[in-house]
Design a binder for this molecule. Structure first.
Ligand SMILES: *Cc1c(COP(=O)(O)O)cnc(C)c1O
Length: 356
């Protein structure tokens, strides 16, 4: 056989073709999304009262969040249908992902973001990928309503998680977890904003059992920020507030999906305060070497919260770390109030500064 130097194709469409709604005509696009690391906790497992805690590093996707898993399917299907433009409302990560795949595939991309509430790194990505950005004078929920109306009226594909292809792509993370662990964990801890991801994971775990990747399903533990916790309160929140901008959402589009995931799995959806989120954010960085954005820390904050109430007793949990800490440098600067030492550029100078 002729040796080949071309690496095997990677990505969600290639790896998970058999469980995705793709046909002969679907373009097999990829930016190398999916197949993210599952890393075992060294220190936080004990603090959480768990035998095993694993982190699913969705921050390792090409644009730094799990959104790429669903976006690759949504954009492939839009291309298949002949679209020339995509549009989304976004707290930041959806726009970064949509803009990347649109650039890759030669599509125009329009993103609607809530004014002044998008983390700097995410906006930088959308700008770099050449998206047309509209800051709307309102919340994410209002931007999403406008996005739905615009795409109903104009010939532009909507790539928010209300697009069913997004959730199909996102469910592949559950398959990866079952494949890596040889079955499902006891608990899946996940931040909840628009509630698409918890819906997608639950669908994924159910299909894992049907397809023989697992013999059980995890309890789904969803965590919202206390200032943006409509699913916990049982009603929409008109002015959601939280440091975790990716989950600053007052009226989740996949509300019913989240409730079903909770109830069918025997799980729970709880609120964690911003202080708890930032404590987990710091613990992940300082005790595990993992830098996430605040929304992602909500999954670990939730486990710590339940552990303090004596509600976690052993077992194996997976916490989904949804996005990269580099997305939101401002929160890191405010949280840590960095003290940077100054010194002359000499051995003695640096020794003196370090008191060595
Ligand atoms: C989108 C996002 C979430 C929330 O996911 P939903 O599907 O909206 O519940 C959480 N964390 C990060 C980093 C995100 O980008």
């Amino acid at each position: 056989m002729k040796p080949t130097t071309e690496p095997a194709p990677r990505g969600v469409l290639f790896k998970w073709r058999s469980i995705l709604p793709i046909s002969e005509r679907t373009p097999m696009i990829t930016l190398g999304e999916g197949d993210t690391p599952l890393v075992r906790s060294e220190q936080l497992a004990k603090l959480c009262g768990l035998d095993e805690l694993w982190f699913k590093l969705e921050s390792c996707n090409p644009t730094g969040s799990f959104k790429d898993r669903g976006m690759v399917v949504a954009v492939a299907k839009a291309l298949e249908a002949g679209a020339t433009a995509v549009l989304c409302a976004s707290t930041g990560n959806t726009s970064a992902s949509a803009a990347a795949y649109a650039a890759r595939c030669g599509l125009s991309c329009f993103v609607l973001v809530p004014q002044g509430r998008v983390a700097a790194g995410k906006l930088a990505q959308a700008i770099a990928f050449g998206a047309t950005i509209v800051e709307v004078e309102g919340s994410f929920d209002e931007a999403l309503r406008a996005a739905r109306e615009l795409t109903a009226k104009h010939d532009i594909a909507l790539v928010n998680s209300v697009n069913p292809h997004r959730l199909e792509g996102q469910k592949t993370a559950a398959f990866e977890i079952c494949e890596a662990l040889g079955g499902a964990p006891d608990i899946l801890a996940i931040p909840v904003g628009n509630a698409g991801n918890i819906t997608a994971y639950w669908r994924g775990f159910c299909e894992c059992v049907e397809r023989g990747y697992a013999t059980s399903r995890p309890k789904m533990f969803g965590f919202q920020a206390a200032g943006a916790a409509p699913l916990v309160l049982g009603h929409p929140v008109s002015q959601p507030q939280t440091v975790a901008t990716a989950i600053r959402i007052g009226n989740p589009a996949s509300w019913q999906g989240a409730i079903r995931a909770r109830d069918e799995s025997g799980g729970r959806i709880e609120a964690v305060s911003d202080e708890e989120i930032l404590e987990a954010y710091e613990l992940l960085a300082r005790k595990e070497g993992i830098f996430v954005e605040p929304a992602s820390a909500a999954s670990v904050a939730g486990l710590l919260h339940l552990a303090r109430q004596g509600e976690l007793r052993g077992g194996r949990a997976v916490a989904v770390l949804t996005g990269n800490g580099l997305k939101d440098p401002e929160t890191a600067r405010t949280r840590y109030q960095p003290r940077v030492l100054r010194a002359p550029a000499t051995l003695e100078g640096v020794e003196r500064a370090l008191r060595l």
